[in-house]
Design a binder for this molecule. Structure first.
Ligand code: NAG
Ligand code: NAG
Ligand code: NAG
Ligand code: NAG
Length: 317
């Protein structure tokens, strides 16, 4: 049976409150790995200044924190791929750090049983807020010891990681009275987050000075709502080129969901021009992009972007 996150399984798991001793809820199990080069990760242990000094993290420098989703860890494709894209395209200007929350993400769970998958998801959802809070504490640790300000830190989150990123921004505000400059949400997780069920815990446009969201599997694994300041409907936002077969035969929606970070990575080297649209045109396939008014989508999106945008792209490996 394929892993699934159906509402039925989620409801059953809620009712039975199934627990998992093997999914940690302890934020001391988070790992922060800095990549001076794409292939060499150096762990920085929170509040351990000797590990920070030994890492040679660049002081007073723009810093990117990459956060993958449910079931992820340091080695999962989004963690590695977005890290590689930043290191190879901007590595001389920025620090790139991957958050490995594999002990708290459900990584390694047996997904052959939908009920197990759903109950794992619920446990990991409850980890989202404390993880975000600890990441904000970690940024403060960098501020005190490496002069990296909150305003130097951009967080890139995919799926559940986008909601973790939102909670980093919320904690920066609440606990430190600081604002992150930018959070990019790459197809933020939809199940139990869509349609305002728990708006205060999910990524929100107020979590950073600029929040951009990329919809690629909207309404399935991805969120329905336009929770960013700028909301990009990539190829109409729900089903992606090259994914038709995989989305039906594999984990439902996984390929289109993953397209969000593939698109973001690809945008380092390809200029994707997005045009403003209204909701119906964004999702119904009647978008006309006026390139005179177009903006770049992806890492170089202008932070003045606001509202809904349509952007198209072809199949991505
Ligand atoms: C980390 O260090 C800061 C500053 O010394 C301290 O306030 C905080 O409680 C420490 N956190 C943990 C979990 O040890
Ligand atoms: C701090 O990090 C250093 C270097 O990575 C390590 O050798 C040391 O054991 C750590 N100290 C603590 C208290 O964890
Ligand atoms: C990380 O996730 C991958 C893919 O799910 C898995 O194969 C691997 O065992 C995990 N690694 C750790 C250290 O948990
Ligand atoms: C697409 O939008 C244009 C301009 O709003 C409109 O004239 C046209 O009829 C629409 N086409 C379709 C197929 O909906």
């Amino acid at each position: 049976m394929k892993p699934s996150l159906s509402l039925v399984s989620l409801s059953l798991a809620l009712v039975f409150g199934i627990g998992h001793a093997d999914i940690s809820t302890n934020v001391a199990d988070l790992r922060f790995v800095y990549y001076p080069t794409a292939s060499n990760g150096v762990e920085i242990v929170y509040n351990n200044t000797s590990s920070l000094q030994a890492s040679n993290l660049k002081a007073g420098t723009q810093t990117i924190i990459v956060i993958d989703g449910f079931l992820s860890n340091l080695t999962t494709p989004m963690s590695q791929s977005v890290k590689n894209a930043y290191v190879s395209n901007r590595g001389d200007q920025v620090n790139v750090i991957v958050l490995d929350y594999g002990r708290l993400s459900g990584s390694g769970q047996d997904l052959s049983n939908p009920l197990n998958t759903a109950s794992s998801y619920l446990i990991v959802m409850n980890n989202v807020q404390p993880i975000g809070e600890r990441v904000a504490d970690f940024i403060n640790f960098l501020r005190v010891n490496k002069q990296i300000q909150f305003s130097d830190v951009t967080v890139i989150g995919h799926s559940l990681g986008a909601h973790v990123a939102g909670n980093v921004g919320k904690s920066a505000k609440t606990n430190y009275n600081q604002e992150l400059p930018r959070i990019a949400g790459l197809d933020p997780a939809g199940p139990l987050y869509s349609l305002q069920l728990i708006p205060s815990l999910r990524l929100d446009r107020n979590d950073a000075a600029f929040v951009d969201v990329y919809h690629t599997n909207r309404g399935e694994l991805g969120i329905i709502d336009d929770i960013g300041q700028a909301n990009f409907y990539v190829n109409y936002g729900s089903s992606q080129p090259g994914c038709t077969v995989q989305d039906i035969t594999g984990t439902k929606g996984y390929c289109s969901h993953s397209y969000s970070w593939k698109f973001f990575d690809s945008a380092f080297t390809t200029s994707y021009i997005a045009g403003a649209c209204d909701l119906l045109d964004c999702i119904c396939g009647n978008c006309t992009i006026n390139c005179d008014n177009g903006i770049l989508a992806g890492p170089s999106t202008p932070t003045s972007a606001s509202g809904l945008y349509f952007v198209s792209a072809g199949p991505l490996p």
